[in-house]
Design a binder for this molecule. Structure first.
Ligand code: S3P
Length: 438
């Protein structure tokens, strides 16, 4: 089995360019495919997850070419996908499968979807439930999980759907499905989750609006059957990937880092706010508007961190950042409690359990509850080996913990990192980290 060993590192420093945002990359390919005309995408994240979605779209009849750092997508229009000749394998990608389940609605096709051993464990019923109300026929599923055979209708039914979970993947599946419905699709979520689908659909000409209601929930309304018109997209750097070198710099003494063109979206920036509350010296400057998203540059340096309580309401704004936040928490003085994070149990792994067990192995005490995790900052002994469980963010987080541990930390099955951050290893070592592949 392959592994990477991470060893105590001296000083990290450098100016970085981080690959494109994963959420935007999936959406650029899918929404480009559902448009009329040719969309050109630059800065696309070239990772396994995004390639799984690209491959799926090609099997659904979309022409996608690559030339001069640009991906050229020839849209087939809303409801224009063709019956694929073979199974569509989404690998490790939750975003890929959930968004595509919605996107194929209206195309009147039968599609068989499958995924890897991590994706097969993840709940799909949360997406199948609204899609069934919109007319999907689920011919086969493994108790609401992959593999799934789905027959999409000729035209989706417009519904009003209230989700109990704040999930951009469920929201996006319903909205993409609503594109083929005659009438208005309404979607309500308890707290606003990432809004890239809404922003991109609007840029492509969809008739879509959203509003925060008096109880704090977010409602989106989409008028179906309006053609999407092809557009060019420049994908900014992924803040979720940025969080890894950023936290490394903050915890390794005397380090400093600068990162440019980072996506700054108010539904994704919870990690920066949380680290600043813990005492991290982070400066955000050079703010710009790029297409439908904002970007900025980030400067950060080594900081003494203090444990804090992270409120539940913040979790949708930093849902993917709890693994790396837990590493920062292990290095902080005092306790950090992360509240309202039950959703972490159904990510690429049960992240609450895996983080908690991993930190314990490395010498850090934790208190695990169903919907929270408390990390008691302290001396990091290391001298342990952690299996990634095919979860890229678990692998990267524990490799970063190794940079400050008294003894090396070994991460097993680290290749999963290429699902989201293919050059993580090179970027970290260019900063001065001591990561060694074996
Ligand atoms: C994503 C939404 C989030 C996030 C995932 C990407 C997206 O998942 O964890 O990594 O691109 O829509 P949920 O919708 O399940 O919260």
């Amino acid at each position: 089995m392959d592994y990477i060993i991470s060893k105590k590192s001296e000083v990290l420093s450098g100016t970085l360019k981080i690959p494109g945002d994963k959420s935007i990359s999936h959406r650029a390919l899918i929404i480009g495919s559902m448009s009329i005309g040719i969309s050109k995408i630059t800065g696309l994240l070239e990772s396994e997850d995004v390639f799984s979605t690209m491959d799926a779209l090609k099997k659904l009849g979309v022409k996608i070419e690559h030339s001069n750092n640009t991906y050229i997508v020839e849209g087939v229009g809303i409801a224009g996908f063709k019956v694929p000749e073979e199974y569509i394998d989404l690998g490790n990608s939750g975003t890929g499968i959930r968004l595509l389940l919605g996107a194929i609605m209206g195309s009147n096709i039968l599609v068989n979807f499958k995924g890897d051993s991590s994706l097969r464990k993840r709940p799909m019923e949360r997406v199948l439930k609204p899609l069934k109300l919109m007319g999907a026929n689920i011919l086969k599923s493994n108790f609401g999980k992959l593999p799934i055979s789905i027959k999409s209708p000729k035209e989706a039914l417009a519904i009003k759907y209230e989700s109990k979970i704040s999930s951009a993947q469920i929201k996006s599946a319903v909205l993409l499905s609503g594109l083929s419905a005659s009438g208005v699709t309404e979607y309500i979520e308890p707290i606003k989750s990432r809004d890239h689908t809404e922003k991109m659909l609007s840029k492509f000409g969809a008739n879509i609006s959203s509003k925060i209601l008096s109880n704090g929930s977010n409602i989106i309304k989409l008028n179906g059957r309006t053609n999407l018109i092809a557009n060019d997209i420049s994908v900014p750097s992924d803040p979720s990937s940025v969080a890894f070198p950023l936290v490394s710099t903050i915890i390794v003494p005397n380090s400093k880092i600068e990162i440019h063109n980072v996506m700054m979206n108010s539904t994704r920036d919870g990690i920066f706010e949380t680290l600043q509350e813990m005492g991290a010296k982070i400066k955000i400057f050079n703010k710009k508007q790029v297409d439908s998203e904002k970007t900025a540059s980030i400067y950060a340096e080594y900081s003494e961190l203090q444990g804090i309580s992270v409120p539940s309401e913040r979790s949708p704004r930093m849902i993917d950042e709890y693994p790396i936040l837990s590493i920062a928490a292990a290095c902080a003085k005092g306790n950090t409690i992360m509240n309202g994070i039950t959703e972490l149990r159904v990510k690429e792994s049960d992240r609450i359990k895996i983080i908690s067990n991993g930190l314990n192995k490395a010498g850090i005490k934790t208190i695990e509850k169903n919907d929270s995790l408390e990390v008691l900052g302290g001396e990091i002994e290391g001298n342990c080996s952690i299996d990634s469980e095919l979860d890229h963010r678990i692998a990267m987080s524990f490799l970063i913990l190794g940079l400050v541990a008294n003894n090396p930390i070994k991460v097993l099955r680290p290749s999963t990192i290429s699902t989201s951050f293919p050059n993580f290893f090179e970027i970290m070592n260019s900063l001065g980290a001591k990561l060694v592949w074996s």
